[in-house]
Design a binder for this molecule. Structure first.
Ligand code: SAM
Ligand code: SF4
Length: 354
């Protein structure tokens, strides 16, 4: 319990902990692709539904499409995570859609956190229910939180997400700050003429808060071409702003994903940029994705959806499931083709979880 309520410690974020050691048995079993990348991080969508209307993701709100499939049950999720743990995966991020629309979210976190081999469970959320769920999630074993917060200005936030509950979300974040999460990150989708002027506000915000704010370049999906053409802005503006403000790039560590983070001695938090359009973005890819209905996605912007669900019904199928994932990984390509305007069958990120 004492550890549960210790303060957040960005410096010991296990997701980038170079002292983190895997046992020799797990080491020899790790998943590598044909380009030498190693995969230890599962991003699992637990629902495609959402209660927000982010302009870049679900501008008209969530609507069930033809071909809708029910999300994985808790038992299916447990079987899935157990197989990935057998392949050396130690980190799981639950995402969506909006995971908190599921009533059994706390139970899902608890079951995933108790799978042998899983060392770190995180959640991506829009934060709407955080003020009421933060403590129970933390108690269930959640260690990392990734919150979407596109602006500190309620009016801009409303424009970008369709929701007016800005203050409720800010309260939820402040509540989470006191709960000793090992990692607290805020994601901001960078959009020209909307929130590009918010860099200084966020910088000031992390002066006293141990939060890592990361600006994500707007990504083109199947449904947002017009918006993309109007609002895309290169993440370079963030890097330039930070270096001009005296921030320094943090050295990359084992397990780091594609985010580039900056630190400054006068600030408790960090700032960063996630730039999928940059040249080397896919070189550091260390994750596999599974959709809410159990389809393996080798790349966020890939074409194929490879169903694992038939092998999630019985825990006795674990070895076969592991073999299937190993086999499917051989189809992972070196890079997405976003720069060429290709986005696979990704209509929006709510379907697979960003
Ligand atoms: N609903 C949760 C949330 O918003 O955090 C989890 C799912 S959401 C799809 C995951 C992340 O993807 C969020 O940080 C969101 O801002 C980001 N995202 C969604 N669509 C995007 C786009 N077109 N370009 C860049 N980031 C996007
Ligand atoms: Fe919902 Fe997250 Fe998409 Fe916003 S980004 S519409 S909160 S799934």
């Amino acid at each position: 319990m004492a550890r549960l309520f210790a303060s957040t410690d960005l410096s010991s974020d296990i997701s980038s902990d170079s002292s983190f050691e895997l046992s020799p048995a797990v080491q020899s079993n790790l998943l590598n692709d044909s380009f030498g990348r190693q995969f230890q991080y599962l991003r699992l969508s637990i629902t495609e539904m959402c209660n927000f209307r982010c302009t870049y993701c679900l501008p008209d709100g969530y609507k069930k499409c033809a071909g809708y499939e029910e999300p994985l049950t808790v038992a299916e999720i447990e079987n899935l995570v157990s197989a990935f743990a057998g392949l050396g995966f130690w980190k799981v991020r639950l995402t969506g859609g909006e995971p908190s629309v599921r009533r059994d979210l706390v139970e899902i976190v608890a079951r995933v956190a108790s799978v042998p081999g899983i060392r770190f469970v995180a959640l991506s959320t829009n934060g709407l229910k955080l003020h009421e769920q933060a403590e129970s999630l933390r108690r269930a074993g959640l260690q990392g939180l990734n919150l979407s917060l596109d602006s500190l200005d309620p009016a801009v936030f409303l424009k970008m997400t369709g929701r007016s509950e800005h203050q409720k979300i800010m309260d939820g974040i402040d509540r989470a700050l006191g709960l000793g999460f090992r990692s607290l990150k805020v994601n901001v989708v960078l959009m020209k003429d909307l929130n590009e002027t918010s860099l200084a506000d966020f910088m000031e915000w992390v002066r006293t808060r141990e939060i890592s704010v990361r600006f994500i370049e707007l990504m083109r999906t199947g449904r947002n071409k017009e918006l993309f053409d109007r609002h895309y802005l290169s993440g370079q503006v963030v890097s330039d702003f930070l270096t001009q403000s005296g921030w320094q790039m943090r050295e990359r560590s084992h397990g780091d994903g594609p985010a580039i983070e900056y630190h400054h001695q006068d600030f408790a938090g960090r700032m960063g940029v996630i730039a999928p359009y940059s040249k080397d973005f896919c070189k550091t890819c260390n994750r596999l994705r599974v959709s809410s209905s159990g389809k393996l996605r080798l790349c966020l912007f890939g074409d194929g959806d490879l169903s694992l669900r038939p092998l999630l019904q019985n825990s006795d199928d674990r070895e076969e499931l592991m073999a299937r994932v190993r086999h499917l990984l051989s189809g992972k390509s070196l890079s997405h083709s976003l720069q060429e305007g290709k986005y696979g069958n990704t209509w929006n990120l709510s379907a697979i979880g960003g």
